[in-house]
Every structure is written in C-alpha cells, then in structure tokens.
Design a protein around this ligand. Structure first.
Ligand code: NDP
Length: 452
C-alpha cells in the first residue's frame, strides 16, 4: 500500500467535510470518533493502509424513498424515508427507525455510524444501520399512523430481512408502530421472521426490550460509580426527555436509590423536588403513551412540582445529569452550569445529546462522563437477544433477559475501562474507551475480509 494513504487527522476530517456537504451531525459524529481512533492507530500501520476508518465513515449504502399516504380527510401526503446501512462487518445491519420532523440524511448517517460502534461494544453479532422518515407522528390519528407505517414498510421491505438488516424503534417509533410495520412485512412477504425487534411479546418480542435502553443507562451509571467507590443511594438525578429511554432510566435510577427530580419534553421541563416514584412514573407512562401529551399536565396531577415551559433541566442542582431526549440538547453553557452546580457524572441516554464543546468541558473537569454509544447500548443488546429468541423460537423469561442485560452493560463498561484508562491518573475516559473498543472489533473483521 502507498505511504500516501497515511493522512493526518485534520486532512482526514477535511475530506469527511468535503464529501458530506450540509451534513453537520454526521461530520460531528465522525470527528468525535476520529479524534480517539487516530491516536490509537498512530503506530498501527495496517489500519491506515487499509483505510479502515475512512471506509467505516462511508456508509455501505443509503437508500432513500418516497412515502405516500392518505390522511383522515382524504388528502394525499408525501414524506421522505431512508435506510442507512453503515457497516455489516460483524453481523447483519441493525439499528432503529426514527419518525420525526427533524429527520434528515445527515441525522440518520450520524446515527448509523454511531450504531456501528455501539453494536460492536455489545459483543453480539450486529452491524450498524439507522432509518426513518421526516414524518411527524404528533397529532396524527391511530389510522393515519397505521397507513403511514404500512406505506413506509411497502418500500422498506426490499432492503431488510432477518439475515440482512433488522430495524427496531427509536424516536416516534414504539410498539404500536413496530406492530403496524411487522404486520405489513408479514403480509407482503408471507413470512414470519425476526425482521424487526421491539415487537410485542405476544408475537415474538423479547421481555424487557421496551425497558432495556433506560434500564441499561442506570446500570451503566451504577458501574461507573463503583469505580469511585460510590453508590446511587440518595443521589439527585436530572433526567431529560419523557419518552421510552427517559422514563425507564428514571424508573431504574429510582429503584437503585437515586432521586430523579426532572423530566423534559418538547414543551419544557418538570421540576419535582420530592423525586419521582412508582405512582408518578405510572401516571407519566399513561400520559405520554399514544398522544404524547405535554408535561405541562404533570403539575395538575402532582401540584408540588413546577413546570418550566420551553426550558431544559440543566440549571437544576443535581449530582448526575442523564440526557435522554435528542441530539445536541446539552451545550457548552449547560455543561458549565452543571459543573458549577456540583454535578459529578453525566451519562447519555440519548444519542449524542451533548455537543462536542460540552463533552470537552466534562473531560477537562474530570467528572464521570459516558457517551451514548456505551451507556445506551442496552436497548440494542436486548434486541440482539430478541433475534436469538426468534432464531431458536424459544422465548426467555423477563428475569433471564434482565440478568443478561446487567452482564452486557458490565462488559461494555469493562471494555471502556480497558481501552480508556488514562495512565497515571487512575481515571477512565469512557469516550475514548468506547470508540477504541468498538473500532477495534469492526476494524479487525474488515481486515479479515480484505478490500471489499
Ligand atoms: P421517544 O420518542 O420515546 O422520546 C423522545 C423524548 O424526547 C420525548 O419526550 C420528546 O418530547 C423529547 N424530544 C424529542 N425531540 C426533542 C427536541 N428536539 N427537543 C426537546 N425534546 C425533544 O424516543 P426514545 O426515548 O426512544 O429516544 C430518545 C433518545 O434515545 C434518542 O436520541 C434515541 O436515538 C436514543 N435511543 C433510543 C433507544 C430506544 O431503544 N428507544 C436506543 C438507544 C438510543 P415529546 O414527548 O414532546 O415528543
């Protein structure tokens, strides 16, 4: 191989920016990984020679398609759908489907890229992908959601399959949407296979899949705390989001002894100084299911709490911050405020919720900081277990799945510790650890295949 293949980091990033114009989220995600990986491969010529990182940062394919559907008033509506299949070096493509007005090709490319490393960290055989549509499910009737999901799958079915690509849910796609899409796939192909995960348990879904991402986040935080000899008992947690990840992270954090004092959504945040409990969480799950009503309604049910419209919760005093809503929801100013208020740990439930500036501030401050690709991998890990259950046609019990989830999160934590230990400081750089451990697994498989 030519020596000229050894480019430096700035040249590599300039190339990424040039090849992906107008895709800031994707460039941000690649930069975050490249900063660590370039350092790691500095003395490992083979990864340079085979241009492994450049190949991982170029999706295997990006499929985009038209999604036509009819609303309840008989109007024809048009959306754009995508599936980004980033890399299948270690297993069939795997990654969620997002329905949100903000979905673009850049967002899905960043998510598919991140998913590649996250899936590798789980130790299960899953490549990285992501898909979705710029469809806003809010305010749509159940029948409109069903027609949209059916139309989306009518095109997507050509590109997925139990051994090819196995999508799951993400923002705007929960059990209801998965059910509609699975029904349409089954109808078109006349086959009952594990083509989607996050299915209802009555038709092949895994117990604990709904809870897995949020539960895994809480377990990961507990593992991080253990490295410092701390536990979660009585610790104050600020959580953002009020969807699948946020509510289940809040639930498990509460069970592990923490006091969760905030949740947020697209209308603002709730501050409940007394902390959430099982009754409040049950109310929230009901309130948010289906119609995704605003959190503003929380104070009518629990008058001690306060609702802060159009704001995020990062100004609230807390020991740990757990961003679980969406990308770039915690910026530099938020990070500075959290640090000023004595926050000692930030664990990402969402994908890339912290901006690069915020991440750098957390690292400089030396607090515990876990990137989403490690901390929120519990969801895809249990999806991997759902694939195993579907393949063997033997469902597991909830306890079996949760026990396995705890072990997988601990294994991910240990890989981060192994590759992210900052020598001489006794501190773990979880971003570096996750990036290197994930990269190494995918890269070594790619080397085995040669230039393909
Ligand atoms: P949901 O759709 O269930 O919930 C998302 C929550 O975030 C909602 O409360 C929503 O508010 C809020 N939100 C979304 N966009 C914004 C925004 N721009 N500003 C403020 N609030 C916003 O999604 P999930 O909980 O499934 O996903 C949350 C994050 O976790 C995403 O980054 C996703 O990629 C990631 N993730 C999810 C996994 C899963 O298993 N579901 C697995 C791994 C990662 P509202 O209620 O008003 O709509």
């Amino acid at each position: 191989m030519a020596v000229s293949d050894h480019v430096d980091l700035p040249t590599f990033l300039a190339g990424v920016r040039k090849r992906n114009p107008g895709q800031p989220e994707f460039v941000q995600a690649v930069q975050e990984v490249a900063e660590d990986v370039f350092d790691y491969i500095a003395d490992k010529a083979v990864y340079h020679e085979y241009q492994i990182l450049r190949r991982i940062a170029e999706p295997d394919r990006v499929v985009s398609f038209r999604v036509c559907w009819e609303d309840d008033r008989g109007n024809i509506r048009l959306q754009r759908g995508w599936r980004v299949q980033n890399n299948n070096a270690i297993g069939p493509y795997k990654g969620g489907i997002r329905f949100h007005a903000s979905v673009t090709e850049s967002v899905l490319k960043f998510l598919a890229f991140e998913q590649t490393f996250k899936n590798a960290l789980t130790g299960l055989p899953m490549g990285g992908a992501k898909g979705g549509a710029n469809f806003n499910p809010k305010g749509k009737s159940d029948h409109e959601i069903m027609r949209f999901c059916q139309s989306f799958m009518t095109e997507l079915y050509r590109h997925v399959g139990a051994d090819v690509d196995v999508p799951a849910g993400d923002i705007g796609v929960g059990p209801r949407e998965i059910g509609y899409m699975f029904g349409q796939y089954k109808r078109i192909t006349n086959s009952f296979t594990g083509v989607l995960t996050g299915k209802g348990v009555e038709y092949g879904g895994s117990p604990i899949r709904t809870e897995a991402t949020g539960y895994g986040v809480a377990y990961f935080l507990a593992d991080m705390f253990r490295t410092r000899g701390w536990d979660l008992d009585g610790k104050v947690a600020a959580v953002s989001g009020a969807g699948n990840v946020a509510l289940h992270a809040a639930e498990k954090l509460t069970q592990l002894g923490a006091r969760v004092v905030t949740l947020s959504d697209s209308t603002g945040f709730v501050h409940d100084r007394k902390g959430l409990d099982a009754e409040k969480l049950a109310w929230l799950k009901e309130h948010k299911a289906g119609k995704r009503a605003s959190l503003a309604g929380y104070v009518a049910a629990f008058p001690d709490a306060e609702f802060c419209p159009d704001r995020r919760p990062w100004g609230v005093e807390c020991d740990v911050a757990v961003p679980c809503a969406t990308q770039n929801e915690l910026g530099g100013d938020d990070a500075r405020e959290l640090l000023r208020n004595g926050c000692v740990a930030v664990v990402e439930g969402a994908n890339m919720p912290c901006t690069l500036e915020a991440v750098h501030l957390f690292k400089e401050a030396g607090i515990l900081y876990a990137p989403g690709k490690a901390a929120n991998a519990g969801g895809v890990a249990v999806s991997g277990l759902e694939i195993s259950q579907n393949a063997t046609r033997r469902p597991w019990t909830p306890q079996q799945v949760e026990d396995e989830l705890v072990k997988i999160m601990a294994r991910i934590h240990d890989q981060c510790a192994e590759h992210g230990e900052r020598f001489g400081t006794g501190r773990i750089d979880y971003v570096r650890g996750a990036n290197i451990a994930g990269f190494k697994r995918v890269a070594d498989a790619m080397l085995a295949f040669g230039v393909v």
